[in-house]
Design a protein around this ligand. Structure first.
Ligand code: NAP
Ligand code: MG
Length: 397
């Protein structure tokens, strides 16, 4: 390796898996160069969360990071970890510094059939993570009156529109988005489509929302002009359609594309799509910034329940697949950026060794009831990782 990978360690069961993965599947095979950041809750508290900001800055500097799942503190964690403050979600902090979009995609295997039987390839959801209903102002009104939308511009001009002339009680909501954020979202989506050589779908409701949603569509159309030639060269397409049409087409599709969604649509649709594909433990996640920086992780959390069992000395069968794929994704991206074919080759071999293992029916407990066509053999996390290592060694000779 020539450029370091930004390594962000995390919490609980995934921190245990993290070390196993590094020791068994990475360090014996790769001359690994990393800049290490411990984003475990203890360290975040010790540094007043500065470590998270430094890690995000490092991702911007070097271009590729890999992150372990981390605890987002709540009231219960405040006492459990004796925290000085209820620190913000590390993912939120990193996302706002990198200004990125999160792409979530399932790891699919032939022996786990999605609920939707015609889905043959993964469907990647890109959720716009700024604004709309997540940053709204709401009012409950108790009687008749006029609700208006008012904008007082910094240049002194004034715009207003009537929302409703109320005859009785009701509710009002104001929300917004910015050209800047929508533009960043569009760049991340087009870049990731090119990177993964997949078609990009985008959906809104611009027939109903003729200004707000229409602005999303316009910005995507404009930004697409910068990527059109590359799309044509790769034989991939950008496709805009209405959200309800998109939902119908997604269900009928064979998969194998990226579906870019507005904030609320992405929130809802990503849970639907990931559940239909099978298991949270098989869902990967990558944050892509509009200037082409990447942060890879698993979509699941720190698997607290397994960790408490682990602390009691019990054996756990936690699935490391999504975390392994975070590593392979990051190493492949590093290899591509630095022109290191051997590193790209290793990432491919690591993923292939995972598929070999699952293909032979060696699985963690969460997958046992999902497997069809093979008789699965459930093993613990250590045995599962050892089985992958054996197959990886065979592939690398
Ligand atoms: P979670 O860690 O994703 O686990 C929820 C349940 O899903 C687990 O109890 C387990 O079910 C199953 N599961 C998830 N990943 C699995 C895996 N790799 N192998 C096997 N089973 C798996 O979600 P959570 O319990 O709601 O959250 C725990 C902590 O993670 C919280 O502190 C939260 O803040 C944090 N979190 C972090 C991130 C992130 O860093 N990206 C994302 C989400 C949550 P069974 O117990 O039934 O086996
Ligand atoms: Mg949600």
């Amino acid at each position: 390796m020539t450029t370091p990978l930004v390594e962000m360690d995390g919490d609980e069961m995934t921190r245990i898996l993290w070390k196993m993965i590094k020791d068994q599947l990475i360090l014996p095979f790769v001359d690994l160069k990393v800049e290490y950041y411990d984003l475990g809750l203890v360290k975040r508290d010790e540094t007043s969360d500065k470590i998270t900001i430094e890690a995000a800055e490092a991702c911007k500097k070097y271009g590729v990071g890999v992150k372990c799942a981390t605890i987002t503190p709540n009231a219960q964690r405040m006492t459990e970890y004796n925290l000085h403050q209820m620190w913000k979600s590390p993912n939120g902090t990193i996302r706002s510094i990198m200004d990125g979009t999160v792409f979530r995609a399932p790891i699919t295997i032939p022996t786990i059939h999605p609920v939707v039987k015609n889905w043959e390839k993964p469907i990647t959801i890109a959720r716009h993570a700024y604004g709309d209903v997540y940053k709204n102002s709401e009012l409950r009104i108790t009687g008749p009156g006029v609700a208006k939308l008012v904008f007082d511009s910094a240049d002194g001009s004034h715009q207003e529109a009537v929302i409703q002339e109320f005859k009785g009680a009701g509710v009002i909501q104001g929300m917004h988005n910015t050209d800047k954020s929508i533009t960043s979202f569009a760049h991340s989506c087009f870049k990731y489509a090119i990177d993964t050589k997949q078609d990009l779908w985008f959906s809104t409701k611009d027939t109903i929302s003729k200004t707000y949603d229409a602005r999303f569509r316009e910005i995507f159309d404009q930004v697409y002009q910068e990527y059109k030639a590359q799309f044509e060269e790769l034989g991939i397409t950008y496709f805009y359609t209405l959200i309800d049409d998109a939902v119908a087409r997604v269900i009928r599709s064979r998969g194998g594309f990226i579906w870019a969604c507005k904030n609320y649509d992405g929130d809802v649709m990503s849970d639907m799509v990931s559940t239909a594909f099978g298991s949270l433990a098989m869902m990967t996640s990558v944050l892509v910034s509009p200037d082409g920086n990447y942060e890879y992780e698993a979509a699941h959390g720190t698997v607290t329940r397994h960790y408490y069992r682990y602390l009691q000395g019990e054996e756990t069968s936690t699935n490391p697949m999504a975390t392994i794929f975070a590593w392979s994704g990051a190493l492949r991206q590093r290899g591509l950026k630095d022109g290191l074919d051997a590193l790209v080759g290793f990432a491919d071999a690591l993923e292939a060794a995972c598929f070999d293992t699952l293909g032979e029916g060696i699985v963690t407990k969460d997958l046992v009831n999902l497997m069809e066509g093979v008789t699965p053999k459930a093993v613990n996390s250590e045995q599962f990782i050892a089985a992958i290592r054996e197959r990886l060694e065979r592939r690398l000779v």
